[in-house]
Design a binder for this molecule. Structure first.
Ligand code: NAD
Length: 353
C-alpha cells in the first residue's frame, strides 16, 4: 500500500468525561490566569452564572451576548468588556456560536481560551473562525484562534433538545465524511473520522428517543470531539462549500442545512471517492454511504429538505452559480448540471441519487 501524507497534531489539552466542569478552576490555574471572563449566549446566561460561581474569586464577570455567525460588532463589544474588566482569560461555555466569540476575542487580544462545548459543532478543536460583517462571512485560520484547553462534560449536553442533538450531530458527521475524501487526508484523521461517524450512528437514535441517556450522550460527545479534529485537520470540499453558500444566500440555519445536504453531497461524490464511501458505510453499518446517511436523518426525524428550511425553489439556480465560484477542491469535479440536480433533490426532500 502506498502512503503519502502530511500530519500535524494541534496542541489543545482535552479533558473529557462526566462532571468534568469541576476541573475548570484547576485548568484556569494551569494557564496562570487570575481574571476570567465567562462567555455564553443569552439563553445560557444562567449556566454562565453557575460557572462564574464555580470560579469564585478568579471570575472577572460574564458576557452573555454570543450570537450565531460571530458578528464583528458583538466581538468588539466583548473585547471592550475584556478590557474594562482587565480579564486575562476567557471561558466559552456553549455551542459553536459561543466558541466563535471566544476565538474572536483571542484573535483581537491574544488571550488564552478554555472552551466548554455543549453542542456537537466541533469548533472548539479548530483554529478556524468565521466572522460576519455587513452580511459577509469571512473565514480565518490561525494558531491564536485555537483554544488552549477544552473541557467536554457529558452532563452539559443532556439538555440539548432532541431535534438540535440530531442536526448538530449530523453537522459534526459532515466534517468526518469530508475528511475521509479530502485531498490532504491522512491515516490518523481518517481513523478518527470513521470512529466519530460510528459513535454518532450508535448514539443519535438513542438520544432522540431518550435525551438523558448518559451512555449515548457520552458516545455522541466523543464523536463530536473526533469530528472536530477532522474539521481542523483536513480540507473540506463540496458539502461545506454548498452549506456555506446556502447559509449566506438564504440565511438558512447552520446545523439543519448540514443535516439536509449531507446525503446528497455524499451521493455526488460516491463514485469519485469509493474508498471513503466504503469506510462511511462501514461506520454507519449500512450497505451504502449516501443511503445510510439519508436513512439515519430519517430515523432521527431531522429535516430532509431545503424547502422546509425556508429556501425558495428559485434559489437553486443562484446556489448553483455561487457554488461554482471559487470552488473548494472536490473529489468529483464540480459540474453545473450535477450540482443543480443535487440541489433540486435536496430542495424537494427526495432521496439522494
Ligand atoms: P449555537 O452555538 O448557536 O447553539 C444553538 C442554541 O442552542 C443556542 O441558543 C445555545 O444557547 C443553545 N444550546 C447550546 N447548547 C445547549 C445545551 N446543551 N442545552 C440547551 N441549549 C443549548 O449552535 P451550534 O450549531 O453549536 O453552532 C453554530 C455556529 O458555530 C455557527 O455560527 C457555525 O458557523 C459555527 N461553527 C464554527 C466552526 C469552526 O470551526 N469555526 C465549526 C462548527 C460550527
Amino acid at each position: 500500500m502506498n502512503h503519502d501524507f502530511i500530519y500535524e497534531a494541534l496542541p489543545t489539552r482535552v479533558i473529557f468525561g462526566q462532571g468534568k466542569l469541576q476541573s475548570l478552576p484547576h485548568e484556569v490555574e494551569r494557564l496562570g490566569a487570575r481574571r476570567v471572563l465567562v462567555l455564553s449566549t443569552p439563553q445560557q446566561e444562567p449556566w454562565a452564572q453557575n460557572v462564574s460561581e464555580l470560579l469564585g474569586s478568579v471570575s472577572a464577570g460574564i458576557y452573555s451576548n454570543a450570537t450565531m455567525h460571530t458578528p464583528v460588532e458583538i466581538s468588539e463589544q466583548a473585547v471592550a468588556q475584556v478590557q474594562r474588566l482587565e480579564a486575562d482569560c476567557v471561558v466559552a461555555l456553549g455551542g459553536g456560536s459561543t466558541t466563535g466569540l471566544g476565538k474572536a476575542i483571542a484573535l483581537r487580544t491574544g488571550l488564552p481560551q478554555i472552551a466548554v462545548p455543549t453542542t456537537y459543532a466541533g469548533s472548539e478543536m479548530t483554529p478556524i473562525l468565521g466572522e460576519t460583517e455587513n452580511g459577509v462571512k469571512t473565514t480565518k485560520r490561525l494558531p491564536v484562534i485555537l483554544p488552549k484547553t477544552v473541557i467536554y462534560d457529558v452532563d452539559l449536553s443532556l439538555t440539548l433538545p432532541a431535534a438540535l442533538s440530531a442536526t448538530s450531530g449530523l453537522n459534526a458527521m459532515a466534517h468526518a465524511v469530508e475528511a475521509l475524501y479530502a485531498q490532504d487526508r491522512n491515516p490518523v484523521t481518517s481513523i478518527m473520522a470513521e470512529e466519530g461517524l460510528a459513535a454518532f450512528a450508535r448514539a443519535l437514535p438513542t438520544i432522540t428517543q431518550s435525551p438523558k441517556d448518559l451512555e449515548a450522550r457520552s458516545d455522541a460527545l466523543y464523536g463530536a470531539w473526533l469530528c472536530g479534529i477532522c474539521l481542523a485537520s483536513a480540507g473540506m470540499a463540496l458539502h461545506h462549500k454548498l452549506c456555506h453558500v446556502l447559509g449566506g444566500a438564504f440565511d438558512l440555519p447552520h446545523a439543519q442545512t448540514h443535516a439536509v445536504m449531507l446525503p446528497h453531497t455524499a451521493a455526488y461524490n460516491s463514485k469519485a471517492a469509493a474508498d471513503a464511501m466504503q469506510r462511511i458505510a462501514r461506520a454507519l453499518n449500512a450497505p451504502d454511504a449516501a443511503q445510510g446517511l439519508w436513512d439515519l436523518a430519517g430515523k432521527l426525524g431531522a429535516p430532509r429538505s431545503l424547502k422546509e428550511l425556508g429556501m425558495p425553489e428559485t434559489g437553486i439556480e443562484l446556489a448553483t452559480e455561487l457554488a461554482l465560484k471559487n470552488p473548494y477542491w472536490n473529489p468529483r469535479p464540480l459540474e453545473a448540471d450535477g450540482i443543480r440536480k443535487l440541489l433540486a433533490r435536496a430542495w424537494a426532500g427526495e432521496a439522494p441519487s
